[in-house]
Design a protein around this ligand. Structure first.
Ligand code: S3P
Length: 188
């Protein structure tokens, strides 16, 4: 695997995208395929804080969570060069995070339309704090619209993950890393 790796040795790989786009599962597959370690930023935040993200949101509010997220993201990027990192859906909100991630390595955006994400979030057992008071059906399109420009601008590679299994998405990402033409075609 090592000598045919499509990822330069010094480069990490970052997954960005909305909640329920599959970043953690795809990230694990990718790390295995690329022979790299995997770090889930949300899990790392919970581990370092000793609390769940839902509790942090509830006790201290979203701004406090964003500051913690910024600190952990910076530390992970600096302490673990070359790994595969799955970020939380809002990690792209702060400019300092976007700069840190862009320096860290190749950025892959797992995109999906709002209705697909709403469907997945409804089925997902994971406890996620609400981002607005609007309810899922209105919240997802609204927040996705706000975030999409940042996801798109930051991404080196974009994969529509709405009708693909996490394993297929990971396979496609590896093929795109090997073939820039394929990556460009998917982006159109
Ligand atoms: C968030 C997404 C979550 C987590 C937190 C905030 C967001 O991560 O970081 O609840 O703002 O979209 P996932 O995208 O892994 O669910």
């Amino acid at each position: 695997m090592a000598d045919s790796s499509p990822l330069p040795a010094e480069s990490g790989l970052v997954l960005i995208g909305y909640r329920a786009s599959g970043k953690t599962t795809v990230g694990r597959h990718l790390a295995e395929k690329l022979g790299r370690s995997f770090i889930d930023l949300d899990a790392e935040i919970e581990r370092r804080a000793g609390r769940t993200i839902a509790d942090i949101f509830e006790d201290e509010g979203e701004p406090a969570f964003r500051s913690l997220e910024e600190r952990v993201l910076r530390e992970v990027c600096r302490e673990h060069p070359g790994v595969v990192v799955a970020t939380g859906g809002g990690a792209i909100l702060r400019e300092s995070n976007r700069c840190e991630l862009a320096k860290f390595g190749i950025i892959v955006w797992l995109s999906a339309p709002a209705e697909v994400l709403v469907r997945r979030l409804r089925l997902d057992a994971q406890q996620r704090p609400a981002l607005t008071a609007a309810g899922l059906v209105d919240e997802v399109p609204q927040i996705l619209k706000e975030r999409e420009p940042s996801y798109r601008e930051l991404a080196d590679v974009i994969v529509d993950c709405s009708a693909r299994s996490p394993e297929d998405v990971a396979e496609l990402v590896v093929r795109m890393l090997r073939s820039p033409e394929l990556a460009l075609k998917e982006r159109r």
